[in-house]
Write a protein that binds this ligand. Structure first.
Ligand SMILES: Cc1cc2nc3c(=O)[nH]c(=O)nc-3n(C[C@H](O)[C@H](O)[C@H](O)COP(=O)(O)OP(=O)(O)OC[C@H]3O[C@@H](n4cnc5c(N)ncnc54)[C@H](O)[C@@H]3O)c2cc1C
Length: 285
């Protein structure tokens, strides 16, 4: 989760009220939910892996209960509300934004009904209300893909939860940048058409019935022959896999740790509520 102090939250992020406009299945695993509304005409995402905090109605609530008028105090106020009533708070990537139409796309992994966000995405209908805590300025701390100017190439490794981020990173990529990306998905039909300008090579890893985070991405990267020149690395997905990959790059391949951006997007057996409990400051971002 991107970290930010409360004052950067106040200047870099703002609340946007929106509704579901339409949904589209992208494959067996991912569903695209397009959100829209007049407030999204000022949505100022920075592209790449721009993430936002999404608030969804708690079970039985008609709309997300979020103290959007509480200013910097919103997080404390949100926590003070009965957990059965307050909005469900989750992190998602902005796959695409069209401020001229007041729309943003979010691609959700459907990983079952135990996760409220996964369940919501599977049932989302036009008109369903949501709240986003999203970027007020394009250069904000929730954009983490930032290759140093002298990086010869970028290594990207992701599971399906970070596939939307990879897609948006490739959409943003300036001409002439070299990228090697490995993306793990459950099914062949989850493979997507991504923008691959010259210099960009994407390898899809299909894990089939094996549970996510069980090592396909890590083992593939370990065995890969990589260019010798200095890379930048961006790794996102299941937490333990991400940590293992970072360790491999830094300890076994000698990549400077400052050139590795890594983000645990989810953890096996733990809900995001649990993870946020561990890091309330990060949650406020
Ligand atoms: C910066 C950032 C950007 C993110 N972008 C996206 C995105 O664009 N699309 C996306 O789908 N996710 C994205 N995620 C991950 C998403 O926030 C988590 O998957 C979140 O836990 C989903 O909430 P939930 O309510 O469905 O499940 P939770 O209530 O959080 O968890 C319930 C159970 O489901 C399991 N679980 C959670 N996520 C997954 C998963 N992906 N696969 C299998 N099991 C899972 C948990 O381990 C837990 O056991 C992002 C996370 C971060 C931090």
């Amino acid at each position: 989760m991107p970290s930010a102090t409360l004052d950067t939250v106040a200047t870099q992020f703002r609340f946007y009220e929106a509704q579901v406009v339409r949904t589209r299945r992208l494959g067996p695993t991912l569903v695209r939910v397009t959100l829209g509304g007049p407030q999204l005409t000022t949505f100022a995402g920075g592209g790449r892996d721009q993430s936002a905090t999404l608030f969804l109605p708690a079970a039985g609530q008609p709309a997300p209960v979020v103290p959007i008028d509480a200013g910097d105090d919103w997080f404390a106020r949100w926590r003070a509300v009965d957990p059965a009533v307050r909005a469900v708070m989750r992190s998602y990537t902005i796959r695409a934004q069209r401020p001229e139409r007041g729309e943003v796309d979010i691609d959700f992994v459907r990983h079952g009904d135990t996760g409220p966000a996964s369940r919501w995405a599977g049932r989302a209908r036009p008109g369903d209300p949501v709240v986003l805590l999203g970027p007020a300025v394009p250069d904000n701390r929730a954009v983490c893909f930032r290759p140093p100017a002298d990086a010869a190439w970028s290594l990207i490794a992701a599971d399906e939860s970070a596939l939307p981020a990879v897609g948006a990173i490739l959409d943003w990529l300036p001409a002439g940048v070299r990228v090697r990306a490995w993306i793990e998905v459950p099914h062949v039909a989850d493979i997507q058409e991504l923008r691959t300008p010259p210099g960009v090579e994407v390898s899809w890893l299909v894990r089939g019935a094996t549970p996510p985070g069980s090592g396909l991405l890590r083992d593939t990267l370990r065995a890969a022959r990589l260019p010798a020149d200095i890379p930048y690395a961006w790794i996102a997905g299941e937490s333990a896999t991400v940590r293992g990959l970072r360790r491999h790059l830094v300890s076994e391949r000698g990549v400077d740790r400052r050139r590795v951006t890594f983000a645990g997007y989810w953890r096996r057996g733990a809900s995001e509520d649990h993870l946020r409990g561990e890091s309330p400051a990060a949650a406020a971002a």
